[in-house]
Design a protein around this ligand. Sequence first.
Ligand code: PLP
Length: 415
Amino acid sequence: MTYSDFGNKFTRHAGITQLMDDLDEGIRAGDEMIMLGGGNPAQIPEMTEIFEQHLRTSLENSQLLNALCNYDAPQGNKAFISNLAHFFREQFHWDINEENIALTNGSQSAFFYLFNLFAGKGKNHKRVLFPLAPEYIGYEDSGINEDLFIGNKPSIEFLADRQFKYHVDFENLSLDESIGLICVSRPTNPTGNVITDHEIGKLSQLAKQHQIPLLIDNAYGLPFPNLVFTEQASPFWDDNTILCLSLSKLGLPGTRCGIVVAKPETIKAISNLSGIISLSPGSVGPALANEMLKDNSLLDASNNIIRPFYQHKSQQAMAWLQQAIPSSKFRIHKSEGAMFLWLWFEDLPISDKQLYQQLKQQGLLIVPGSYFFPGVSNNWRHTQECIRLNFAQSEANVKRGIEILASVVNPLLAE
Ligand code: PLP
């Protein structure tokens, strides 16, 4: 089959496709595979109850049927957008209205639109800068043009208890006219890092100086779903910022609902793209979330159910790992948010991808760390010394997964 350049680029092997395939394969393998790989959120019983209750209400008042039976506008469901704008004004005093919000089919498709709006071939070839690699695996293959991303290596702060934290290395951040967009996930997938308010302030200033937008991927962030375990991070938006949110990590990935908050010009561009590519974003997520916004359960559940749930799981997994892998060459990134632990095995004698294969053979799925360094040269050994582990699964599975991990890496670290 002969494809176009676009066809060739989007049909070749991509890290994100392997991740989603593994997820599916693991689900089909049932109990034989411990899945600490993908980004599937946990099914929290209290959340399931809330979703069921709202689904029942929206069925009774016909909102759900209305959503199923109608196309929304390309910008997304007007009632939800209007309530969201009100919510952000009330919560954070952000100067926004309906013209500042668009919905997309998951935030993943918003990144595709945004990266290709602001980077790629044009008057000159612009790129997306990730100021703090490692960064989310889902960005890497989403450029229509090749060579779209530049990642900046972090500086590493060593902490007590074999922990560490990445910071933006501003001294070595090369930001010139070839950059069309700065993008950062906060909390960061894969590391669980939450970049500080100070770092966000500096990035925002740099973006303004260079007259390019700053994209903050808030899929795990405040105010919802609030998988943020540190008190030292405040939500941030101004009209040079593009803030992307999602319903997925609330526990609703199947609704495929992403939310973009940006200046009206950007929202118009997103709406145009949505119209052309998908006519309009799906309506079921907005219908459900609108009810949860109205009775405040969106915020209440994020603060009082979701955040404590994941924080507890993170602490538990951290303690089990520290106990199971005693080597001084083993370190864990400080867990400040999201649903992952980022594990670093310094001087690991095999690569992260070989480790992935060995663990898979033993019945454990994780994600090799080297997928998370888009635009960073793999000459840096560190890129092959890390793995990402999802701690959102059941206690028994996380515990068993850690046992398998320890049985494979302990002998390797002792070599
Ligand atoms: N951003 C980050 C950092 C993620 O980890 C994910 C999914 O895992 C997404 C965005 C995509 O979320 P959505 O389901 O809204 O497309």
